[in-house]
Design a binder for this molecule. Sequence first.
Ligand code: ZN
Length: 192
Amino acid sequence: MIKTLGIILLSFTMQYCTYSQSQSTSNQKISNMDSTKKANNSVYSHTDQSKVNVSNDEWKKVLPKEIYDVARLKGTERPYTSKFEKSNDIGTYYCAVCGNALFRSDTKFDAGCGWPSFYEPISKTSVIYLEDNTYGMTRTEVECGRCKSHLGHVFNDGPPPTGMRYCINGVVLDFEKAKDAEKKYNEQNKHS
Ligand SMILES: [Zn+2]
């Protein structure tokens, strides 16, 4: 019962947070994804766009529990716990389950909700939408367009140019720094 209440409360906050355009000054450096954790995930790819159809039983063997719970059981991570929430690093966000490209860092904004937020996906087919009527609310669920993993929800209270707010669980995202940004970062560090 307590757990259910917690989930309802979490879902409620996820819906009703408002965005601000203030830029975060976090200097947190996000390391590139750990390739070792994909060792037994044969479908993970940043280039293969073929649809993935893997059962939850199989995913359970492959994915870390925290990713499985959100991606496959449609859970919600606790707010303000994602290393990506305040990140301003330049690069691309991928699905942590299958590697599908989802969002560009230049569409990311500080929504103040506690979850990484974007105003548009990287392409029309990178995500899919489903009506979600759980917890007495009507929301639009966002899933990965390649592997149909649960990512989060989209709301129409986002900033220009789209007015949309993709409220995404950071645990189901992988981030890869843009190559140029990486080079610049290394150059700066070398000379400082
Ligand atoms: Zn995916």
